[in-house]
Ligand binder design. Structure first.
Ligand code: NDP
Ligand code: 2IT
Length: 446
């Protein structure tokens, strides 16, 4: 009965949103995982929890006009998908990238609902952004865009309502411009955005949180299987916020990060990538990753980022974007003796890649569990803002580690409880779903 219910719901979504491929992909994975939960809890089907959980509570779409440095008036599309507020205010990042559309933001918002539930903090799920790409734009252009974006968004956010943060293309600079405009429009200083600068309410430890959290999660998972980061070769895609701090922590834990990428190409440094040099190139100078190979004699640059998964390694961490690791990439990793794939990005592995990785007996962690450290520390930033207090880096980092280890254990134990031992996809989806579903049930039809 429950799988009939789920199949029927999925077909309805396919008919209604045929072009929203990423959204349907994310929904299909969760529906597949939760079938045994619905067998056990017929009350969820009776209250049509799944039909409701798959639809965003609200979507806001708006025009974002701004002027470029040549005096041309440009227009982009802005979005905020307020997906689910059953367990707390909407919470999730903003993505600025040319390929942003409703399908991408709905998949991200949907996953965020379950991810945020896994952190154990009271945060609902949301996501937003624009098809504007800050890459190659001047600081003034980025500021003009962010101010115009906030001129509309400020009406819909607030510390108890919806709290955006960063994602691809939105880092400390963008959050600063967005926050400045929010404050000017509302006249309020509050925690309506996270990922803020340390001088105006940001939390120590938020910048590295996703990358560090990913490694804390992987460390716990490896330990359970008698392994560690020690002396492992690690390949990490991307060289943005998540990738850089995943690399930093992996090296601190004794691994050698030998390859990283951006959307132009990838570098291989068999000596281990020097994170200090990489940070200067990518964070300070906003240059391309090929510069690393120009500066470091042991490194090579390869044009095109797809080949990165052919670099032999023991551990792989996709930290760039959705569907960046497909079946042939998984085959290459497995063929080269890779032992674990830990997702830092959201939905970076295609369903075919995940099936093969799991079937081949590699360790595999889904992004909604292993990249939850960023939003978890955003949650801690919200708490500090509400208390008008600042915690030390050590305190935040300790809490982050505790949360990541707990997410790992919860995914592992929930999978076992539902007869899916070792399947962290099932475990994470079920654990996240149970919390949100129960909250929705108790709140009635709303
Ligand atoms: P950044 O913008 O800081 O970095 C993104 C990196 O990925 C860059 O190196 C970028 O290359 C590369 N990249 C982006 N899009 C593509 C693409 N279409 N093809 C190839 N490479 C691409 O973003 P983040 O590090 O913040 O985010 C990375 C991933 O992690 C995303 O999936 C995001 O949703 C997820 N995530 C982020 C969190 C956070 O706290 N920031 C929290 C949890 C998940 P280039 O420099 O060429 O643009
Ligand atoms: O995908 C994510 O979890 C994020 N981009 C972080 C969201 C947040 O609110 O910190």
């Amino acid at each position: 009965m429950s799988s009939q219910y789920l199949n029927g719901l999925y077909r309805e979504l396919e008919d209604r949103y045929p072009e929203q491929k990423e959204y349907l992909q994310a929904v299909a994975e969760v529906f597949h995982s939760i079938a045994p939960v619905l067998e056990k809890h017929p009350e969820y089907e009776k209250a049509n929890i799944v039909g409701r959980i798959a639809e965003p509570e609200r979507i806001i779409i708006f025009r974002v006009p701004w002027m470029d440095d040549d005096g041309n008036v440009r227009v982009n599309r802005g979005y905020r998908v307020q997906f689910n507020s059953a367990i707390g205010p909407y919470k999730g990042g903003l993505r600025f990238r040319d390929n942003v559309n409703l399908s991408v933001l709905k998949f991200l918002g949907f996953e965020q609902v379950f991810k945020n539930a896994l952190t154990s903090l009271p945060m609902g799920g949301g996501k937003g952004g624009s098809d504007f790409d800050p890459k190659g734009k001047s600081d003034r252009e980025v500021m003009a865009f962010c101010q115009s974006f906030m001129n509309e968004l400020y009406k819909y956010i607030g510390p108890n309502e919806d709290v955006p943060a960063g994602d691809i293309g939105v880092g400390k600079r963008e959050i600063g411009y967005l926050y400045g405009q929010y404050k000017r429009l509302t006249g309020e200083w509050n925690g309506s955005l996270t990922g803020k600068g340390l001088t105006y309410g940001g939390s120590l430890g938020r910048t590295p949180a996703t990358g560090y959290g990913l490694c804390y999660f992987a460390e716990a998972y490896l330990k359970d299987h008698g392994e560690s980061f020690e002396n492992k070769r690690v390949v990490i895609s991307g060289s943005g916020n998540v990738a850089i701090y995943a690399a930093e922590k992996a090296e601190e834990l004794g691994a050698k990060v030998i390859a990283m990428s951006d959307s132009d190409g990838y570098i291989v440094d068999p000596e281990g990538i020097d994170i200090g040099i990489l940070k200067t190139i990518k964070e300070e100078k906003r240059e391309r990753i090929r510069r690393y190979a120009e500066q470091v004699p042991s490194a090579e640059y390869h044009e095109g980022c797809e080949g990165i998964w052919t670099v032999p390694c023991e551990l792989a961490m996709p930290c760039a974007t959705q569907n960046e690791l497909d079946r042939k990439d998984a085959e290459a990793l497995i063929g080269n003796g890779c032992r674990g794939v830990f997702e830092g990005a959201n939905m970076p592995c295609t369903p075919e890649a995940i099936a093969l990785i799991q079937k081949s007996g590699l360790l595999y962690s889904p992004g909604k569990a292993s990249n939850a450290g960023g939003v978890a520390v955003s949650g801690l930033e919200m708490t500090q803002n509400a208390q008008h207090l600042n915690w030390t880096f050590e305190e935040v980092d300790r809490k982050l580690k505790e949360i990541m280890v707990n997410i790992y254990r919860s995914a592992r134990d929930t999978a076992a409880e539902y007869g899916k031992e070792g399947d962290l996809v099932a475990g994470a989806n079920i654990a996240g779903f149970l919390k949100v579903a129960q909250a929705m049930l108790e709140q009635g039809v709303c």
